[in-house]
Structure formats: structure tokens, C-alpha cells
Design a protein around this ligand. Structure first.
Ligand SMILES: [Zn+2]
Length: 462
């Protein structure tokens, strides 16, 4: 191991373990459910509580910033001259608790059972927020300073679409300058294996509207003379993908960053049981783009899926009509470096090109988001990996997520920061579900790993 632990910091962390746990439990007692307006005051209380803890820790310029929704808690410490500036993100809001009857204990009365803390928000994301806070607190208490310049941004609307985060970041862009962002709203891989998330997929979402005659027509009286909008829609949909699983939109793959040999190896090394995966979703076979493994297709390749299709008669019995209109919703998961707006334009042009004559076809953009990807050799990521390895005794897995966290791209694009997704929750922590829990081993080690990461950023040991 290249990193040495800081003995006085370690002693301090040992001494303050009980107090730290109490603080974390206090945080968990605040029912900061952002989606439900009935808890708006509690969200505000959580923000105020967090601001007080940040001040106590020695963070500066602590602010409960109004956003038009639940506030953003900001704090910084900027006295590490010459060292990089870290912008660290977490969220203090939590998901609703339903179904409440499936909880073993009250969601906002945290229960400590052995190494587990059971409560709503115990893992997602109050654990990671507390780890960031406690790492800064321990450093300021023992060294009187931080190895890096640090800005905290703790959001209160992550579980309700982060509506005010992007405008706030844009409005505050000038005072949020930094060198790297840490988004701490992720965790470990299956089996509680330390991991760093390096890629997230983005999204293009479109609706295809096909219209024909003024109104539904008698299929006997008019059939054979007009195009049927539902038939036309199916013709379009059938042409979107080839039998090889490739999306046929011209230019669709132009900006896709292919997996490097190292990344393919890393993916192949993940403990992923393909047969268990297949069985768990109840399908007879796994299919997809040829030339790519299941895991590659799941997290590192773009997709195209119909999410809904409707039109015509769907009631009991038969109704012999040519429907006047037909519609489909189509979404594409995107990967780096696909641009959602550009992909939409190509998608739209292709749909119009393949549309049969005799109908009017419109394609609407329903919104999207950028994918993100940090190269495995990025120095900010290497430093995080060294800190994880030194703390956990094994190198972290580099994982990509098939899903999307749109604001990660916002950090990259609005603030221009490479973004390291680093968090410590166990993979089976029941986030968003009853009996959410956090592993106290991960929690304590997470604080050490975060301290080591900041030390590593200040003086890279590689
Ligand atoms: Zn979260």
C-alpha cells in the first residue's frame, strides 16, 4: 500500500466513534421526504441541521441557499493554497416510506442492529453525506486544515428530480470553480465489493405521432385505398433496429466511445452471473447487439426501446376500422459521447425518411440527458482508486451503470469538472424500499477512504 494512515487522525476517529454515530442517527431522525409537500418543513429542518454541523466542523461560508424549492446547503474551506479544489455533492432528502407496514421498525427511528443501521435514508444518501461531513470534521479537528480546497453542495431534491439544482449551479457557476467533482450518491458492487462508478448512460426520448384520415374509417368501405396509420407506425418501428440488434438510425453510433480492451477485461472480470440474471427476470433468453457481451450491452452500449404504442380499437370483440391516428413512445439509452439533441435530430430524420406515403408523421422530442464517462486512466479517478485500495485492502471495481443520473452531466458540463462517482453504501441496502439499511463498516471505512482521497489529490502517490 502506498498510502499511510494518519495515526492522530485515526486515534481521533476511534475516540469520537460513538458521538459520530449519534450525530448520524440524529440526521436520520429528520423525515426529509422531498417529494411530499407535507414534509417541506422537515426538509428545511434537515438543511438547517446540516448547516449547523458544517459550521461546528469548521467549514466556512455555510449557507442554506434558497432555490425556489427545498434549499441547497453550501459550505466551503479554501485555504489549501496550490492544492486542487474538490466540489463534493450529496443529498439530504429521502424517498417516501411506503409501504410502511413492511418496515421492521419505524423508518425515522433509526435502529442499530449489529453493524446495520436501519432507517429511511440510512444509505441513500445520508450515509454518504455524513461521510463527507465527518471526513472534513476529523481533518479540521486534528490537523486544523484540509489537504485540498473543498466545496460541499448538499441538495434537498434528488429524490424528486433535482429540479432546482441545474439552475442553481448555472447561477452560481462563477463561485463554484474547482478541479474535480465527487458525486457521492452511489455505492459498492454485488457482494459489498468496493467500486467506483465511471460511466452512466444518458437518454433520448421521443414520441412518434402518425395521422391519416380526419377520423376513423370503415375498413370495408375504405380499406385498400388509404394507408392505415397503425400499419404505417409498425412499418416505421420495425425498421428502427436490425436483426443484429443494431439501431439503424444513420449516424447513431458515430460518437459512441467503444470499450477499450482494458475496459472489456474489467467488465468481464465483474462477478456477474448471466444465468441468474436471466432467470431473475423470467425471460427465455437474453438477446441484443451482436458482438457485445450481456454486461457490455447492459451498461456500455446504447439502446432503443419502445416504451408504449397505442391507437385504434382495443376493446372486447372486433371493430373494423382504419384508425385515424397512431402513436409510439421511443427511448434510447445513450453512452458517451452521444449528444441527446443530435441523436434526436438523426432519429427524427430517419423516421421521416422511412415513413410510408399517405400519412402525416411527426416526431416530438420529450427531453433527454447526456451520458457521462470518466476514462480509467483519469488522474482524479486513479487517486480515488488508490485511496479505496489502501482503505479496503483491495482495488475497487470500475463499474458503469445502465441508468442515468442527469445532474452528473450537469456537473461536467455546467462546471466543467471531471466527476468521480464515489460512495460507500452496500449494493443491497434497500434504497427506496422498506428496511433501508447502512453497513457501519462501510460507513467508518468510507470516512477513512475519503480522507485518503483528499490526501492523494493534494500529493499524488502514483
Ligand atoms: Zn440518492
Amino acid at each position: 500500500m502506498t498510502l499511510t494512515a494518519d495515526p492522530s487522525l485515526e486515534a481521533h476517529l476511534e475516540e469520537t466513534r460513538d458521538a459520530r454515530l449519534e450525530t448520524y442517527l440524529d440526521f436520520l431522525r429528520i423525515p426529509s421526504i422531498s417529494a411530499d409537500p407535507a414534509y417541506a418543513e422537515d426538509c428545511r429542518r434537515a438543511a438547517g441541521w446540516l448547516a449547523d454541523r458544517l459550521r461546528e466542523a469548521g467549514m466556512e461560508n455555510v449557507e442554506v441557499a434558497e432555490t425556489g424549492g427545498h434549499p441547497i446547503v453550501y459550505a466551503d474551506w479554501l485555504h489549501a493554497e496550490g492544492a486542487p479544489t474538490v466540489v463534493a455533492y450529496g443529498h439530504y432528502d429521502v424517498q417516501p416510506v411506503d409501504p410502511i407496514e413492511e418496515w421492521m421498525s419505524a423508518p425515522f427511528e433509526p435502529l442499530v442492529v449489529g453493524e446495520r443501521v436501519l432507517a429511511r435514508g440510512a444509505s441513500d444518501d445520508k450515509s454518504n453525506v455524513t461521510i463527507l461531513l465527518q471526513a472534513a470534521a476529523a481533518l479540521l479537528a486534528t490537523r486544523g486544515r484540509l489537504p485540498v480546497n473543498l466545496r460541499f453542495i448538499f441538495e434537498g431534491e434528488e429524490e424528486s428530480s433535482s429540479v432546482h439544482l441545474e439552475p442553481w449551479l448555472v447561477a452560481n457557476r462563477d463561485r463554484l470553480a474547482g478541479d474535480v467533482a465527487i458525486v457521492s450518491d452511489v455505492g459498492f458492487f454485488e457482494g459489498n465489493v468496493p467500486a467506483l462508478t465511471v460511466g452512466l448512460r444518458g437518454m433520448m426520448y421521443a414520441q412518434i405521432d402518425v395521422s391519416g384520415p380526419f377520423q376513423d374509417l370503415h375498413s370495408g368501405g375504405y380499406g385498400g385505398t388509404v394507408e392505415n396509420p397503425l400499419n404505417a407506425l409498425c412499418t416505421i418501428v420495425a425498421a428502427l433496429k436490425g436483426p443484429d440488434g443494431r439501431i439503424r438510425v444513420p449516424g447513431f453510433y458515430d460518437e459512441v466511445v467503444s470499450l477499450s480492451a482494458e475496459e472489456r477485461e474489467a467488465l468481464a472480470a465483474l462477478p456477474f452471473d448471466e444465468e441468474a440474471y436471466r432467470a431473475s427476470i423470467g425471460v427465455p433468453a437474453l438477446i441484443g447487439e451482436t458482438g457485445q457481451t450481456t454486461l457490455e450491452r447492459k451498461v456500455a452500449r446504447p439502446t432503443l426501446d419502445l416504451n408504449g404504442i397505442w391507437g385504434g380499437y382495443q376493446g372486447p370483440g372486433g371493430k373494423t376500422i382504419i384508425p385515424a391516428r397512431a402513436h409510439a413512445k421511443v427511448s434510447c439509452r445513450l453512452v458517451a459521447d452521444q449528444d441527446p439533441a443530435r441523436i434526436f435530430e438523426r432519429f427524427r430524420a430517419y423516421v421521416l425518411e422511412i415513413a410510408p406515403p399517405g400519412v402525416q408523421v411527426d416526431v416530438q422530442d420529450l427531453g433527454g440527458g447526456f451520458p457521462t464517462l470518466l476514462p480509467l486512466d483519469h488522474p482524479m479517478l486513479r487517486a480515488a482508486a488508490r485511496a479505496m485500495e489502501a482503505t479496503f485492502g483491495q482495488p475497487p471495481l470500475f463499474i458503469r451503470e445502465g441508468g442515468s443520473i442527469p445532474f452528473v452531466a450537469t456537473f461536467e458540463q455546467t462546471l466543467g469538472l471531471p466527476t468521480v462517482l464515489m460512495g460507500f453504501v452496500p449494493p443491497d441496502g434497500n434504497f427506496h424500499a422498506p428496511n433501508e439499511w447502512m453497513d457501519l463498516g462501510n460507513f467508518e471505512a468510507g470516512i477513512r477512504a475519503m480522507v485518503r482521497y483528499w490526501d492523494e489529490l493534494a500529493s499524488p502517490g502514483e
